[in-house]
Design a protein around this ligand. Structure first.
Ligand code: SF4
Length: 351
């Protein structure tokens, strides 16, 4: 039968361990998760897998153990710690939110969906997850995992995103008053483990009552409307290495893609042929191998221009940074860095 009790029984035995979670036995004994941990993990989990978030969550909570500590952090330190996790607007909103909660709310996160949604970076999904998991509110959490489970147990054949509201209504109808946090995590766990791309229905607590299982259509659901192809953009990335090994970097504008991140200087990224915009007067060499990167909304191809410059070189923008940590750069910048540094080493080897 499809009901919350069946799923919670399964969750009691099969809950995935995560560093921000309270295991079900301890939750039943009254232990509550730290709202700071739940908020931080839920923001990190937006568009990102649990496996990828794990080490970032541990790094953040080790460095900034509570919301006051995070609120006091420098923007550049937080952006650097976030590097590689992508969707950098999340990190900017994370800091804004931490500062509001620390300064205006005495470090306490609001405990209702409506109040949580007034904070930067907290949309409907994240608000519901925090309200349910951190505060035991009867809030319905609907992510792609939950949508998949709902589409299957009710055999909804309309494609996503057209059927989103239907799936939300069905998820709401199943959400119990009791053990709200455990239930939210249980239904997400079911979608992430047994009810994945290849459903493992034999082990599923909701097999009896799952319409798609009895129809034999589980693996075909949910259906998805074909997405339009992503457009292509191109640009030039500049890799300038000073005589002492320092690399020219610049902070991107706060608004826009990779906003506020320390990056290698670039021309504009556009559909048309790129217009040169070097950050330094020098003799630049264009590398033959482009850097390709896929963002959520477009494909990017960057030609990398490299140069070696003297110690007294004066950039037109940005600044030279010694001991650049490539892991603190966004993924696309790391690719440029690796290509650029190899080209510089090759050129030095030839001289
Ligand atoms: Fe998913 Fe299969 Fe369980 Fe249905 S029975 S909810 S398809 S795992």
């Amino acid at each position: 039968m499809v009901n919350a009790d069946n799923l919670l029984k399964w969750y009691d035995a099969q809950a995935r361990e995560m560093p921000w979670r309270v295991p079900p036995a301890q939750a039943k004994a009254g232990k509550r998760p730290d709202p700071y941990h739940i908020w931080l993990s839920e923001v990190m989990l937006q568009q990102t897998t649990v496996a990828a978030v794990h080490k970032y969550f541990l790094a953040f909570t080790t460095r900034w153990p509570d919301v006051h500590a995070l609120a006091r952090a420098k923007d550049s330190a937080v952006m650097g710690e976030w590097a590689g996790l992508g969707y950098y607007a999340r990190a900017r909103n994370l800091l804004k939110c931490a500062r509001i909660v620390s300064k205006n709310m005495d470090g306490r996160f609001p405990d209702t969906e409506d109040a949580l949604r007034t904070l930067p970076g907290i949309g409907p999904y994240t608000a519901a997850a925090i309200a349910a998991i951190a505060f035991q509110r009867q809030a319905t959490v609907v992510d792609a995992n939950v949508e998949r489970v709902m589409a299957r147990i009710h055999a909804i054949c309309d494609p996503l995103p057209d059927c989103k509201q239907t799936l939300r209504d069905l998820a709401e109808a199943l959400t119990p008053r009791h053990r709200a946090g455990d239930y939210a995590q249980a239904v997400m766990d079911l979608g992430a483990t047994l009810c994945g791309k290849k459903p493992a229905c034999d082990a599923c607590p909701w097999q009896h009552g799952c319409v798609a299982f009895s129809n034999g259509t589980a693996a075909e659901l949910p259906k998805k409307r074909a997405k339009p192809a992503k457009p292509h953009r191109q640009g030039i990335a500049y890799f300038a290495c000073r005589a002492d090994g320092a690399i020219l970097l610049e902070t991107r504008p706060q608004k826009g893609l990779l906003g506020g991140m320390l990056c290698l200087p670039c021309s504009a990224w556009q559909a048309e042929a790129p217009i040169e915009n070097p950050p330094l007067k020098a003799t630049w060499q264009a590398l033959n191998t482009p850097v390709n990167h896929v963002f959520t909304h477009f494909h990017l191809a960057l030609t990398v221009h490299v140069t070696n410059v003297a110690q007294n070189a004066k950039p037109l923008r940005g600044e030279f940074v010694t001991r650049v940590d490539p892991d603190a750069l966004p993924s696309v910048m790391r690719k440029i860095y690796q290509l650029g540094i190899s080209a510089i080493h090759d050129s030095k080897g030839r001289n």
